[in-house]
Design a protein around this ligand. Structure first.
Ligand code: PMP
Length: 419
């Protein structure tokens, strides 16, 4: 509200208000300049509104498109058992958890889910977070202190990087999946606590970290290994227990295991699993756990149902593997340069951002929805179509995708090179 300056108002209050207005305008102007720069580079991002989603189908702008862009790798987001669990708890207990875990938001659905996740991943305990982004920030900030060393793969998810920066540690990033380079970065750091953090499956490339080599070097150098298995849990390993289980690494080798509930499990949220002492420490000090509202209990119930289905319905992983093999076989016949990956993430490297956008648009005209991933999410010159497969797809869907990919105009630079 505007008040006339009273007798006690400082003579320069109008000047101060003017300066504050200018400072605020400067912040907005700076943001606008950055946005304009991004627009000039053709890299503006826009969320599109999906009017309806059902299995792999997405309705956008009134058109029903076949999607190859979700992380619902097992096709569980629409599974009747998840929906029933969600509805039952929402009917009984309402929607929101109404508080942080440590206040009164921790319900029996959360407790049951934490137990199931610990058991599935072969860890002593698990702790729920409201998102994977928060979980990674929380672990780094609780576990590390200024002066510690954090060594990370260059292609790690942004949240691992942001977490290390938040913790104020010395951060070193090694060339992608290069365990020997990681070893050199860890070596000769006497006295400092050291954490090596890696994605289990890389979100934009689909390949896997050399987990056994990384575990061996962490043992040798006395460093702790943290694996973010957001894209491995449910998909890889015995029982779908993830890439760490597939590599046969126990809690001694990977004391910090993080994974999300929003991908193969078709829900939302995340957890960290590990020794009881780690979980107790995170409960005390991970600010992204302490100072945030617990997940809705209905969602925890749905995620528990998802864990059960993911373990019981192994056919989903078999079907996914068959679809992946079909896509790769077809792409090889067409000379399409898919990156080397045996996971549901099957990127087609296109180089420049414009090329990726044009390819995504051309596919959309043919009724297919595939994400174009551009810098800064991927390095400059690394723009790509991020094709993802799901057990909700059928063989005919993969064939339709291959047919549309075959019709994309090839880059003039080289025949048989990126489209
Ligand atoms: N880690 C990785 C490897 C991811 O791909 C993602 C999701 N993009 C996250 C963490 C963040 O998880 P969430 O979406 O639950 O915040």
């Amino acid at each position: 509200p505007e008040h006339p300056p009273g007798p006690c108002a400082p003579a320069h209050s109008a000047d101060r208000a003017g300066a504050a207005d200018t400072a605020r305008a400067d912040l907005l102007r700076r943001l606008a300049i950055r946005t304009a720069e991004r627009a000039r580079a053709g890299l503006l991002r826009r969320a599109r509104t999906v009017e309806r989603a059902e299995g792999p189908w997405q309705e956008v702008g009134g058109r029903r498109l076949l999607g190859f862009c979700s992380n619902d790798y097992l096709g569980l987001a629409g599974h009747p058992q998840l929906i029933a669990a969600f509805k039952r708890v929402a009917d009984d207990e309402g929607v929101g958890s109404t508080a942080a875990h440590l206040v009164c938001g921790h319900r029996r659905e959360h407790a049951a889910l934490e137990e199931a996740l610990a058991e599935w991943t072969g860890r002593e305990r698990a702790l729920l977070f409201s998102s994977g982004y928060q979980a990674n920030l929380g672990v780094m900030q609780a576990l590390l202190a200024r002066g510690d060393l954090c060594v990370q793969d260059k292609l790690n998810h942004a949240s691992l990087l942001d977490g290390a920066q938040l913790a104020g540690v010395t951060l070193r990033r090694y060339p992608h999946a290069d365990a020997a380079a990681a070893a050199r970065q860890l070596a000769g750091e006497p006295g400092a606590g050291a954490l090596l953090a890696t994605d289990g499956v890389f979100s934009m490339d689909g390949d896997r970290a050399p987990l056994r080599a990384l575990a061996a070097l962490c043992r040798r150098e006395g460093a702790m290994l943290m694996v973010d298995d957001a894209h491995g849990l449910g998909v890889l390993g015995p029982d779908g227990a993830g890439s760490v289980a597939e590599a046969g690494l126990g809690v001694g080798e990977v004391p910090v295991l993080m994974a999300t509930l929003g991908k193969a499990l078709g829900c939302h949220g995340a957890f960290v699993a590990g020794p009881a002492g780690l979980i107790e420490g995170l409960t005390q000090f991970a600010r992204g756990f302490v100072y945030t509202t617990a997940l809705p209990p209905a969602l925890a119930a749905a995620a528990l149902a998802a864990v059960r289905v993911a373990r019981a319905e192994a056919w989903r992983r078999d079907k996914l593997d068959a679809l992946i093999a079909r896509l790769r076989r077809g792409a090889a016949e067409l000379g399409l340069p898919l990156l080397a990956s045996d996971t549901p993430i099957q990127p087609l490297l296109l180089g420049e951002a414009d090329a990726a956008l044009a390819a995504a648009r051309a596919l959309e005209e043919r009724g297919l929805l595939v994400g174009a991933i551009r810098p800064p999410t991927v390095p400059a010159g690394g723009a790509r179509l991020r094709i993802t497969l799901s057990a909700a797809h059928e063989e005919a869907h993969v064939d339709r995708l291959l047919d549309a990919l075959a019709r994309l105009p090839r880059a003039p630079a080289a025949a048989g090179a990126p489209v």
